[in-house]
Design a protein around this ligand. Structure first.
Ligand code: G1P
Length: 296
């Protein structure tokens, strides 16, 4: 039986964060450190994702990972010994920050034992999601904004009467073939009614330059397609295809969110993210300026 659509007033409480993968672009570090624990300055990428969804009203998070990546969830553990030592040494503010990290949300581990694509990773979270609308966050896509990007998507879902909402940004031509691309019509400022989606098209086949960015609010109806395990682009089970399969049956919108985005999935994007953070601190700005001035 096909899953029914939840009501637009159903609160969105759950988030799925797929993080499995070898992290080849960050070798050799990823020989021993999961990609998602690599920091922007001193804060790991996964903490940005968790804080964003918590600030958007999410209370329960499932991190979908490969075996051996347990430290990703361990990061959000209590670390009582560390907290005790910090307190003994009078570092109360630092101790409070550690307690805060451990109390952000309920976070659980789900394993994806085979690398069969993003759609397959999300499928592993089917029991966790059950029959509620849910969020998918790809933590490599870091977004800084006043209203958290996930919240912006949830607000579009409410305004549009339910259904799925995908984060989107226009990208240059040379990026199109490495992204999911959206076909749709802008129905109000930054909100698109989606009529099609295609994963990693050749530039000449792409319907637009509007790229999927790693934030989704989804209806559990996407599992109807994922369960059938169709293979799509790259021989993988694609989330893009599963969302596309619901078009016509359920509303699907895209939201050109406001905020600053960096793709920290590659070292250049990570550097850009670090510079963006550095820009917020006068001391670090000076340091960056001084370092750059030495370039020829
Ligand atoms: C995934 C999605 C793609 C999306 C991208 C955003 O691709 O499949 O549709 O545009 O994330 O970061 P990946 O980067 O995992 O290949």
């Amino acid at each position: 039986m096909l899953a029914a659509m939840s009501n637009e007033t159903t609160p969105v409480r759950k988030a799925v964060m797929p993080v499995a993968g070898l992290g080849t672009r960050f070798l050799p570090t990823t020989r021993s450190v999961p990609k998602i624990l690599i920091p922007i300055l001193n804060v790991p990428v996964i903490e940005y994702a968790v804080r964003e969804v918590v600030n958007s009203g999410i209370t329960d998070i499932a991190i979908v990972m490969s075996r051996g990546m347990e430290e990703v969830v361990g990061y959000f553990g209590e670390r009582r010994e560390l907290v005790d030592i910090l307190e003994e040494r009078g570092r109360t503010e630092l101790a409070a920050m550690q307690r805060d990290i451990a109390s952000l949300a309920r976070i659980e581990t789900i394993y994806q034992d085979e690398p069969r694509g993003l759609g397959h990773a999300v499928l592993m979270a089917r029991d966790f999601v059950a029959s509620e609308p849910f969020v998918v966050v790809l933590p490599d896509d870091v977004i800084w904004s006043d209203v958290p990007a996930t919240r912006q998507l949830i607000d579009v879902r409410t305004a549009q009467g339910g259904g799925s909402v995908i984060a989107a940004l226009e990208v240059p031509d040379d990026v199109v073939s490495s992204k999911g691309i959206i076909d749709g019509e802008e129905i109000s400022d930054g909100v698109f009614s989606v009529s099609g989606m295609v994963e990693k098209p050749a530039l000449e086949d792409a319907p637009s330059n509007l790229s999927i960015i790693g934030r989704y609010v989804l209806e559990p109806a996407v599992f109807d397609y994922l369960e059938e395990e169709h293979t799509g682009a790259g021989g993988e089970i694609q989330l893009t295809d599963a969302i596309e399969a619901t078009i016509g049956r359920l509303p699907v919108h895209a939201c050109r969110f406001t905020g600053h985005h960096a793709d920290t999935g590659n070292p250049g994007g990570m550097l850009e993210a670090a510079l963006y953070e550095a820009g917020k601190d006068e001391g670090l700005r000076e340091l960056v300026r001084a370092a750059i001035s030495e370039w020829e």
